[in-house]
Design a protein around this ligand. Structure first.
Ligand code: GH3
Ligand code: MG
Ligand code: MG
Length: 355
């Protein structure tokens, strides 16, 4: 809690005459102290007024000045309070005991008014310095929190595609490098699917760019819902997507992408009268020992994608030489030369249910 008054001084003494003497002396120095006639009253005043300085008698009935000092100094969450012990106990042992209890200064009664005012000034300077440091510390903490939030947002924007909410190309490429290294080291399967929306330019031309954007957003949602958490789906270009499937063979990837293709074909319709379907073509490649770099995997998937485009679109094409265990049906898919022999996706799906 913040103080109500920075130079607020609390005088604590069970002797009303002593309270008056000290208060008058402080008033002569331009201060406006307030009073407490016991340690308990002082504790209540600490809570409500937040004084910078407590000028306290030692010997009081009930809680004495030493205990009050310990109690005030043990409250680490409160603002700093400069504690001056004002006592008739002038021995060095008493002085030592007061400082050990946390007192910041020690003054013997009877005191000289100038000395009391000089010590009060020193106390105000110290309390002000503590307040300034606390303020700086709080400001630094606020700044740190803001910075962490900004950093989290920055990390998010650096890796996420704004339109679809999927990962972006940068993130996809960095994950590809990691997954490629894992596939090499542990000889685990790794498949990649390049996906391109069919005739998207026509969609934009016919229904407008905004509708085109909505379609891309729907595709993003469908893709995100269709993959496993270990898969990585990202938008790599305008209407082009990449899905990385670690631990997944080419045949399993085919089943996954074929399911996605069917979902998109049935979910994304454009126009109300004789609605047009949005379709996509996908090319799948599988990590092989013959490949020397991650780009080879993307290139192989891209080759399949374009073979699929040439063969009539709305299909999934797999790069069969890349498959560790080539499915019988995949014989139709070997190489670009045979691309137009691509089977009807339904026939291929039936054949692949065995895998
Ligand atoms: P194909 O079946 O051969 O892939 O034909 P296509 O028309 O999809 O391919 P093309 O590369 O000729 O056109 C892609 C279009 O995608 C052109 C471009 O205006 C559009 N496009 C790219 N980025 C965005 C985008 O963020 N929003 C929208 N609405 N359209 C985009
Ligand atoms: Mg396209
Ligand atoms: Mg394209």
């Amino acid at each position: 809690m913040k103080r109500t008054d920075k130079a607020c001084i609390l005088v604590v003494d069970d002797d009303p005459a002593a309270l008056e003497t000290v208060s008058n002396c402080l008033a002569s120095g331009g201060h406006a102290p307030f009073q407490a006639a016991s340690a308990l009253q002082a504790i209540e005043a600490m809570r409500t007024r937040r004084p910078s300085i407590v000028l306290c008698d030692w010997l009081m009935p009930g809680m004495d000045g030493l205990e009050l000092c310990r109690s005030i100094k043990s409250r680490t969450t409160d603002p700093f309070t400069y504690f001056i012990m004002l006592t008739v106990q002038s021995g060095k042992q008493h002085l030592k005991e007061a400082f050990q209890a946390g007192a910041d200064d020690f003054l013997c009664k009877p005191f000289h008014p100038d000395e009391l005012l000089a010590r009060i000034d020193a106390g105000i300077r110290t309390a002000d310095l503590y307040d300034a440091l606390t303020e700086q510390h709080l400001a630094a903490q606020r700044l740190n929190t803001e910075l962490s939030q900004l950093n989290a947002r920055l990390r998010q924007t650096v890796n996420v595609d704004e339109l679809t909410g999927l990962s972006n190309r940068r993130y996809g490429m960095s994950r590809l490098k990691e997954l490629w290294a894992m596939a090499n080291r542990y000889e685990q399967p790794l498949s990649a699917a390049m996906i391109d929306v069919d005739h998207f330019k026509r969609i934009n031309d016919e229904f407008g760019h905004l509708k085109g954007d909505e379609i891309l957003q729907s595709l993003g949602r469908i893709m995100a819902a269709s993959i496993r958490t270990s898969d990585v789906a990202c938008r790599v270009g305008g209407e082009e997507f990449l899905i990385l499937l670690p631990g997944v063979t080419c045949e399993q990837a085919y089943v996954c992408l074929e399911r996605l293709r069917i979902k998109v074909e049935s979910a994304c319709l454009l126009g109300s009268e004789s609605p047009k379907r949005v379709t996509l073509t996908a090319g799948i490649a599988h990590h092989t020992k013959a490949m020397t770099k991650p780009y080879d995997l993307l290139q192989a998937a891209d080759d399949c994608l374009y073979a699929g485009k040439r063969a009539g679109r709305n299909r999934v094409v797999i790069s069969s030489p890349a498959c560790a265990h080539e499915p019988p049906a995949a014989q139709f898919l070997q190489g670009e030369a045979k691309a137009d022999l691509n089977p009807n996706p339904d026939d291929l799906r039936k054949a692949l249910t065995r895998f």
